[in-house]
Structure formats: C-alpha cells, structure tokens
Design a protein around this ligand. Sequence first.
Ligand SMILES: [Zn+2]
Length: 265
Amino acid sequence: MKRLELPANRIEVIQGLAADVLGTRNCGIPVNPKRIGEDEEDLRLHFEFLSDDLDGCIEYDRDTGKFHVVINSAATKSVTRERFTIAHELGHYFIPEHRRDLVVGKLPHFRLIPGLKPDHAEALADREADCFASHLLVPESELKLKLNEFTTAGRTASYGLVADLADYFQVSFICAAGRFLSATDEACAIAVYPNGKGRVPYVEVSVAFKTRFNVSRNSQLKPFPGDCGGSLERWFKDVPNPRDSEIWATANHGRFGTIVFLKPY
Ligand SMILES: [Zn+2]
C-alpha cells in the first residue's frame, strides 16, 4: 500500500490554521501547546496513565459542551513526544471538520477523497492532526528565520543542523526533519529504520532531492547498508536515475531505531 498523502492544498490550509492559532496568542519559541489548550474555554487537558499503545485522545462531552484531551503521562514518554501529542489533539480540536465529527460523536475523518475506506479516512485525519502539530510547534515564519541564521553562519544541511532545529523548537528529530525537508533548497533526505517487528523503513525527501534523483517518499529502502556510504542504489530498491548519485550519510541509533541523514557528495 502506498503511504497516505495529504493533498498539497490541504497542507496549506492546515498550515494557515496553525499560523492563525499562533497569531492570536502570544507564543514564543518553544511554543507551549499545553498553554494553548489551557487557554481554550471549552477544552480540558488531563494527564493520565494510559495503555502503552495510546499517546492521547480527544472526546466531546455533550452534557457539558466541553472537549476533553487525555494525554498519556506514562513515565516512558519523552517531553517532545508529549508536546507533539498535545499539539496533535489540538489539531483535532482546531480543524473545523474534525471538531464537527467530534461534536456528533464520531472519530475525525477525512472527507475530500470520495470513496475513501473508513480506516483510511481516519488515518488521513490523523495525518492532518500531525500536520497541524508540526506547523504549530515549528511555525513556518520562525523556521525560515532559523534557516537564514544557519545559512548566514555558513552551515549547510546535515544531521547536526536538524538536531539543532529539534532542540530549538523542542520537537523530535523526525518532526524537525520533516519541517526542514519541506523548507530547504538543498538536496537531502532522511531514511528511518524503525525498531520493532513489521515496521517498514521509510524515507522523507526534500524537493531538490526528489527532482535530482527521482526518488520520492514512496520509494522503498533496501536494508540498512551499514557503512553509511556509496551510491543511491545501495539505499533504494528502484533507482530510476542512478547517475550522479554518490551520497554520504550520517546515522544515529536512537531508541526508536536508526535515523540516517542522506546527502549527495
Ligand atoms: Zn488523532
């Protein structure tokens, strides 16, 4: 199955929504999603110990007319993950279509693609909430300022640069990488080899990487090459344009798996 992709115009709408939410509040960096939630009259945040497979959820109480966001405060959760989870649930709260679904007692679902299966519609709604969260925590305007600052300092795309962005915005490396790849002019990509049975490696690419190598986020990765070097064919299953494809990579083995930063020589 191809990875579910949000239409570009939908990403734009959600980015605008996140910017509006930030624009009407006095948010510095790092953005504090908990505070944004607490400031909403009809929303209550709860921190409880939930089962391991659930980061958080949102429900609407018809009797009181209030939304309840429950965040899993299990000790194993990291601060960045908790921040992202709150921002994700806020996405369901602020995206009008999701809010409407919640009010009538349904799970938020995606409606722009006719004939979408229910589980796909819900998965896409969750992608919308993730999209909202990443734009709320890494606002477009602040991201551009930070990238300009790096460019002025002579820094180019690297694992370390994304790690610094993650640190600055207080988000996970994956979240920072996604936002960085959407904004950079450089050709680069992130390959993720998650831990755990049945979890498939995946790639996120910048526009320039996609254009230059014809490798997209739907391209399949080969098993981790180990020495972190070589040509594009050593990383990807089908490389339509293997010429000019020597790449270097830096990898980090975190508790969620191996994350590799790919960049052409
Ligand atoms: Zn969700």
